[in-house]
Design a protein around this ligand. Structure first.
Ligand code: NAP
Length: 238
């Protein structure tokens, strides 16, 4: 592929799998991490992936991440906004701090990353942006109201930017995963996971590779933009 690809939240889970999959395709990968420094260093050592520490919830640090990438590689072909957090709580328990933390990490960061990267992509008259949203942005989740808002917002960002940036040759899409086997789901018991599997038509959880394969396809594709692609085993069919 030979592309310069910037991925947020790539130290663990889905982002990590995307980074490794795309590194194997001979791309230059810039993998952002925040707390998991050892896991990030492993990416550098094993897969020759460039790693950069950024707390994506901080606007200035997002802008620094793009600046670092452009100074070093001169262009960004693909931006993948993947970093995300969740917190299970009732609406009555949500504090302003919870709101700021989830919205800034999941949504405002994606907006700033798109804004900074778009300047370069517009100049180049090409680019691909992929936002990792969620099934819960599509249909809403009980006790995850702020998370669901953040992911619905990401899909809004995708649709709007696809229209604005399409004439500049830039495609923007969301991937909305269902239940993917990663740390973010550690809160669920074995029993709850068995119940969830039974609700999913394909009767199994997703793996990180399922999302990475969809990302790879979206990068190679040339005519898909403004879409929210569900990778969820049929759990929700919209
Ligand atoms: P995960 O295993 O918990 O990994 C989260 C990643 O995000 C980590 O690499 C973490 O980096 C990074 N991150 C978190 N806060 C950050 C911050 N402030 N700055 C920079 N990086 C930060 O989660 P995952 O399941 O892979 O989720 C990846 C994305 O997919 C998220 O946006 C999530 O909402 C979405 N998603 C996941 C599922 C699922 O079932 N797994 C379903 C739907 C959507 P550090 O550890 O280095 O801090």
């Amino acid at each position: 592929m030979n592309k310069v690809i910037l991925i947020t939240g790539a130290s663990r889970g889905i982002g990590r799998e995307i980074a490794i999959t795309l590194a194997k395709e001979k791309n230059i990968i810039i993998a952002n991490y925040n707390k998991s420094e050892n896991k990030a260093k492993e990416l550098k050592e094993k897969y020759n992936i460039d790693i950069y520490k950024t707390d994506i919830s901080q606007e200035t640090q997002c802008r620094e991440l793009v600046k670092y990438t452009l100074n070093k590689y001169k262009k960004i072909d693909v931006l993948i906004n993947n970093a995300g957090i969740d917190k299970n709580q009732l609406i009555t328990e949500v504090t302003k701090k919870d709101w700021d933390n989830i919205i800034n990490t999941n949504l405002y960061s994606a907006f700033i990353m798109c804004q900074e990267t778009a300047r370069n992509m517009i100049q180049n008259k090409k680019g691909c942006i992929i936002n990792i949203s969620s099934i819960w942005g599509q249909v809403g989740a009980s006790m995850e109201v702020v998370y669901s808002i953040s992911k619905a917002g990401m899909d809004g960002l995708t649709k709007s930017l696809a229209k604005e940036l399409g004439p500049s040759g830039i495609r923007v899409n969301s991937i909305a995963p269902g239940f993917i086997n990663t740390d973010i789901n550690n809160i669920y018991s074995e029993e709850e996971i068995t119940q969830i599997k039974e609700e999913i038509p394909l009767q199994k959880l997703g793996n990180t590779i399922d999302i990475a394969k969809c990302v790879k396809w979206l990068i190679e594709d040339e005519y898909t933009t403004g879409q929210v692609i569900s990778v969820n085993g049929g759990w929700v069919i919209t």
